[in-house]
Structures are given as C-alpha cells and as structure tokens.
Write a protein that binds this ligand. Structure first.
Ligand code: PEP
Ligand code: MG
Length: 745
C-alpha cells in the first residue's frame, strides 16, 4: 500500500472537484477503487430504520444504485453496521451471513472488505471494496479502508440527503431555531452571490443603462411591497433594514457610479459588483462604527439587485398549500414574500438557534430548525414535518408518522386553547407557594403574546435582537423608540433589559468578530461593550430616556466574569444619568443586576452584596460553560442537557449563596420553559422564572398542579443521580403521575 496520507489527499481532492453531492459520492467510490486497485467500491447509507441503501457504487450494476435497500442487519454489510467492526474475507459467498441481491450482480465478486462509517457514535454507513478473485485483503489495506471510513464519515455528515427515489421518512437533524411543530411543503429559497460575478464587455451600453434604472425602480417597488406584507408589528422591528435599502437606491452617487461603470464598457452585473465593492470597502474603512456597519447594507442590497436582474423572482406562492421555507439563508424578503397565514415553518441549512432567521421565526411564532447542512432534492415541493422542539425535520414522512405529528399539532393547539383560561390566574402551587412568571422577548412582535399569556413583566429583554435584525447599529433615537414601546406596553410591570450581548454565537452581520479562535470564550457580552464604551453609553442613554416617566426599567449585564466589570459599568451608568439629568430629563437610576452565566461568578456571589440589586441565571450559557459543550453544535447536542447533575449542583450553590446575602434570584434560560427542569428549580427554591411567551401557560399549568413540598423531595433525589437521562426519566414520571403527561415529549 502506498503512503496513506498521500492517497487520502488524492481522494479528498478528487471528491472536492464534484459539482454536486451525487457526483461527490460517485467520485468517492471511483477514486477509492482506483487507489486500492479493486473491482468494486460501494457506499451504503444507513437510514433511521437501520436499512442500508446503496448510495453509490463503482463496479456493481448501475441499475442497483439508489434502488437497492438491504434490510437492517442483513448480509455482510448489515453485519458490519451492527457489529461496528470491519469484515475482511476471501470469498464473500461462503460466509454464513452472505445475502444475495440479484440487481447488484455481485455474484461475480468474491474478495470482500467492508468498514463501518461512524459519526457522533452512530453508524451512518458502510464502505465496501470487492475483488473478482478470491483473496483476503492485507492488514495494510484493511487499515487504509478504516482510515478512509473515518474521513468519509466526516464528509458524509453533511451529505445532501437524497430524497427522490430512495427514501421516505428521512430524518435530518439540525439545531432548535424556534419551538413548535408544523407540516408543510418545502419551498427552496435560492440566492445568487453578486461577488462571484466576473467583469465582461457590455453589448449595448444604452440598453444596459436603461436596464439599470428599470432595475432600481423594480427593486424599490419590491421593497415597499415586502415591507407592507410583513405587517405592522414585524415591519416596525425590521424596518431599519428596508429603510437602509431605500436610502441607498435613492443615493445619486451610488446610482451614478454603476452607470459610469457601464459606460466604461462593463456589463450590468459587473458594473454593479464593482460599485458595491467600492462603496462597501469605503464604508468599512471608516472609523465610526455606525458608518462602518453600513457596508453590510450595501452588500445585501447588491445581492438583491443582482438576483432580481437574474430573474430570480420573489417566490410566488400561488397554491393554497402550507409552506416551509428552506435554504442556505432565508432572508427577511423571503419571509415577507410568503403569505403569513400559510407560512408554517423555516428550515435553514446554516446558522444557529440565535441567527437572524431563528430570531425572526421566534417573533413570528413559527417553528424553525437551523444548521441542518444542505438538503438536496427539495426544490420540488416535498412534504416536510418540521419539529422545532427537537431540532429535526422529516422529509416525505410516511402516513403513520404524519398522522402522529398531525395529532401532536392538534393536541398542542387544543391544550394551548384550554390553558388560555389560566391567563389571569396566578402561578400558585397546590401548597400555596407563589411563583412569578415573566417573559423573554427581543422583538416588538413578542410583546403582545407575553401580555396575552399573563406575564408579570419582561424577565429578559434581549437587546441584541433589534441590533441583529438591522443591517447597521441603531442610533440612540432608534433605540429609544424600540425600548419605549416595550417599556410602555409593560408600564407598571418590571422590564429587565439586558445590555448588548453579542460576540460568541451572536454575530452582528455588520460588525463581525471573526478573527477569534475560540469565540465562546472571547469578546462577547459585557467584555465587548465595555471595550466599545461609546456603544454602551448610547445604549444605556437610550434605555434611560425610554424609561423616563414610566420607570419600570431594570438593567441586566450579560457574561459578567469579575466584579470589576460591574464597577466599570456602574461608572458608565452614573455618567449617563448625570448627562441626561443635566439636559433636564427626569431620569430615575434603574435597579441593576447581572446574569450568572459564567461559572466563575458562582464562587463570587458573596462579593455582589451591595453591588447589585438582583441576579438572573442564564442557564443556557451556564450549562454550556460548565459542561464545555457548545449550545449550538448539533454534533454534541445530545450531550448538552441543562438537567446534568453538574448544572443542578451549581444551581443549588447559586441559590444558597444568594440567599445568604438576601439577593433576589431569577432564571431566564431555556430551563425555565422545560417542565422537568422547572420541577427541579422549584424544589431548589427558585420562585422567579422567565421564558418565551408561548411556553408560559404550560409552565403555569405545571406549577398550579404540583406542590413545592413534593418538588423539594424530588430534587433531593435527583441531586443524588449521576446522569441527566436518569434525572429526566425520574422527574418525567413524577410529572406524568400528576396527570400532566402532555408536558413531557
Ligand atoms: C442564557 O445564557 O441562558 C441566556 C438567557 O442568555 P442568551 O440565551 O441570550 O445567551
Ligand atoms: Mg447567555
């Protein structure tokens, strides 16, 4: 055998030349056959049922490819998959588990060596090589195949799942984007990239200039239409993006520059690209971060113009079917173009639960699954089940599965309707302990569901959301306007506004912090804002101004790691208060608290005495950092669980330490919306929870049916268990015993 690394590199290089995923797997088997000098190389993919689909083959009969499906555990391929161990034999036919499939015409081949492809601990496929002659593969050859298998498993993780002729009921895993379950037909959102366009001479300059002006008019009209179709509430939240587009389209130097470039004999897309690049770089080089950030507006607008020019029409939704939008990226325009009553869910090949698109899906109250990796074959309408609660999508589900999910959707709707009657009732346990329930919001559209569902206030207002859905930093005035609407809507009730928490997995498109090796441990939250104090000052001023006369603002600081950060922030807050008081405003200094989400803060809670008025546990990040598990990485998602014993014991420590200094504690991470976690949190002594509005009625229902005394006993037992699975099944059973099985899924 030749040099393994070299051979591997050749294969990977060959595969990288593929223009489609289907070609990719074909090239894979071809180059492996060549490298190993074998007659056959085949790749089988294991589906959810454990069946093995012949995905690609060099050497077996072509008609078998993508048609043959081996039953789970059958034959030598099945043996490799079930034993997770290579099989290497001189004459396959002689093996007792040999299973003959006529379509493959494999009776001609004898020598057989196969290895499992394993990803995230699961067998996802089997790689097979065969020879006509009877021969056992050498140890070196087998070792090479094992190495190849490990590499291929990595590549196949993101393999575009073929849906057409092979399979129904395919499950694609991603990460949770927005909760809920929906069924609908896929619509693919396809976006071209202007930056990939090359310069080219212009055939007819006058015609191209005319076309350019027409294009501007067409895109302007389209933007107006999109803004209208989004409806008042959402469009107010994202209005900044549309306004920025319109501003640029009316800018004479921008319009003139494209025209000049056409007149220099560049075709329209080339001229557009050149101008967009020029303006984008110009803005990027500016010192002022507000202006700097406009480069992203320009880039987006360029793509929009290019796609309209290419004839990529805004999606037309003429049929009456329910729709699931899917694509590498789903823009606000795509969402705006979809009829609101039929847009049921979003599936995004890239991105995380905190991406722009997920944020919008949450605001619209529709389920979303993010980061699935590319899924091919979906341009045609395919029926999908989108399970935003579990972060998974089923493609072309069979009737049985569809029936189950439709039932789930109906039951969910019915329960939600019934729970509406609890809207004005307090969350009081059967043994008369009151729990305060708040809502988490970030978009203006989130306001009314919180109020409708009986939230006592806003426990976490994520201010990064108004920043994320824009294409540049909002100004002080713009921020005041957004914050005031929230504070006004909740007048008389507390609103906990968090200062900007970007960085890590929350990147602003117009201010990317991309040069960090370890962004989760890098420049995020309060670290970023203290280092960009003008930004922080603007935000704090905007919050204070917005709260003038309403006075329900509470300030919350994200990602605090040391007391010094609190001191630094307090001096900015004092400055902001004095500036505004001097200018005649009646500012009331708000109460201040910090998020407990960096584990380092747990042992420092005693130092918070006299420094802050409250703390709020950010269980999403706290779990991420305690467990060293990325909260957005689908590969480790099954290991990430906030009821992990390590998290529960630390929560206990937080509550004990806070009680010792009389510091009020709340929790605003996902745990607050998870019934199993809530049972444990109440047992630990927590009495204030903040969650998404949609989940609030369910948690209230749980609290009104349990006794705190019992939850104290339950948590004591759970704290003695050494794994989250055992804790989940133990507490889950207790919830079922209360007659609340609908809460456990
Ligand atoms: C958290 O970390 O739990 C939290 C509430 O903050 P975010 O999810 O916005 O990081
Ligand atoms: Mg957090």
């Amino acid at each position: 055998m030749k040099n393994v690394i070299q051979e591997l590199t050749h294969i990977v290089q060959a595969v990288s030349l593929a223009s489609s995923p289907d070609e990719q797997v074909t090239l894979m088997v071809e180059s492996i056959s060549k490298t190993m000098a074998v007659d056959v190389c085949s790749l089988y993919l294991v589906n959810e049922q454990g069946e093995m689909i012949l995905l690609a083959s060099h050497g077996l009969a072509a008609q078998a490819v993508r048609k043959v499906k081996l039953p789970a555990g059958k034959g030598l391929v099945g043996l490799v998959a079930s034993s997770r161990h290579p099989v290497n034999i001189a004459d396959a036919e002689q093996h007792p588990t040999y299973y003959y499939v006529a379509e493959t015409e494999e009776e001609r081949f004898h020598g057989f060596c196969a290895v499992p492809l394993v990803s995230s601990g699961k067998v996802i496929g089997v790689l097979v090589v065969q020879t006509s002659e009877k021969r056992q593969f050498s140890k070196d050859e087998e070792g090479f195949l094992v190495t190849l298998g490990a590499q291929l498993a990595l590549m196949l993780e993101n393999y575009e799942v073929p849906v057409d002729d092979i399979e129904r009921n395919i499950r694609v895993r991603g990460v949770k984007g927005a909760p809920g379950v929906a069924v609908g037909f896929s619509i693919l959102c396809d976006h071209g990239e202007l930056y990939e366009v090359a310069n080219s001479p212009c055939d007819n300059i006058e015609e191209a200039v005319r076309e350019w002006h027409q294009l501007i008019a067409e895109v302007s009209a389209q933007i107006d239409k999109e803004q209208l179709s989004l409806g008042d509430e959402v469009s107010e939240g994202v209005g900044g993006i549309f306004n920025a587009y319109k501003l640029l389209l009316n800018d004479s130097s921008f319009v003139g520059e494209v025209e000049a470039s056409i007149r220099e004999n560049n075709w329209l897309p080339g001229a557009l690209k050149q101008t967009i690049q020029y303006f984008s770089e110009l803005f990027l080089s500016m010192d002022d971060p507000y202006l700097q950030a406009r480069h992203e507006d320009i880039h987006h607008l360029g793509n929009k113009l290019f796609n309209v020019w290419r004839g990529v029409k805004a999606l037309e939704h003429d049929s009456q079917e329910d729709i699931v939008l899917m694509g590498r990226q789903i823009s606000i325009s795509d969402i705006a173009a979809a009829p609101a009553d039929r847009l049921k869910a979003i599936v995004c090949f890239s991105g995380s639960g905190l991406s722009h698109t997920a944020v919008l899906a949450n605001a619209l109250g529709i389920p979303a699954v993010m980061g699935t990796g590319p899924i091919s074959g979906l341009a045609e309408r395919k029926l999908l089940i989108v399970d935003g609660d579990q972060g998974q999508v089923y493609i072309s589900p069979n009737d049985l599965l569809l029936k189950e999910y439709r039932k789930l959707i109906l039951e969910g709707n019915e329960l939600t309707r019934q729970l509406q009657s609890l809207r004005l009732e307090p969350a009081v346990s059967t043994d008369h302990h009151r729990v305060d329930l708040y809502t988490n919001t970030g978009l203006l559209t989130d306001i009314s569901p919180g109020l409708n569902n009986g939230a006592q206030g806003v426990g976490l207002y994520r201010t990064e959301i108004p920043f994320l859905i824009r294409d540049s930093f909002p100004t002080e005035e713009e921020q005041v306007e957004v914050y005031r609407q929230v504070l006004t809507a909740y007048a008389g009730k507390p609103v906990y506004m968090r200062t900007l928490d970007i960085g890590g997995d929350k990147q602003l498109p117009y201010f990317p912090i991309s040069d960090e090796e370890n962004p989760a441990l890098g420049w995020r939250g309060i670290r970023f804002t203290l280092d960009n104090s003008p930004l922080l000052m603007t935000q704090v001023r905007a919050m204070l101004i917005a709260s003038e006369g309403i006075n329900n603002l509470h300030l919350l600081l994200p990602m605090v790691t040391s007391i010094r950060e609190i001191d630094e922030f307090k001096s900015i807050l004092s400055d902001a208060c004095s500036q505004l008081k001097e200018s005649g405003r009646k500012i009331k200094r708000p109460r201040l608290g910090i998020m407990i989400e960096v584990p380092a803060m747990i042992s420092q809670i005693g130092f918070l005495k006299g420094k802050v008025n409250f703390i709020s546990i950010g269980s999403n990040d706290l779990s991420q950092y305690l467990l060293a598990l990325d909260r957005n990485n689908a590969r480790v998602a099954s290991r990430y669980d906030h009821v992990h014993p390590a998290v529960l014991h630390e929560l206990k420590r937080i509550l004990v330490s806070a009680k010792a200094i009389n510091l009020p504690v709340s929790l605003c991470g996902e745990m607050a919306a998870d019934p199993i976690a809530v049972m444990l949190l109440l047992g630990l002594g927590l009495r204030t929870l903040s969650m998404s509005a949609a989940k609030l009625p369910y948690i209230k229902w749980l609290i009104r049916n349990l006794s705190i005394a019992q939850s104290e006993i339950i948590v004591e037992k759970a704290l003695k268990m050494d794994n989250p699975q055992a804790i989940r099944s133990f507490v889950g059973q207790k919830i079922k015993d209360l007659g609340l099985a609908e809460l456990i899924r």
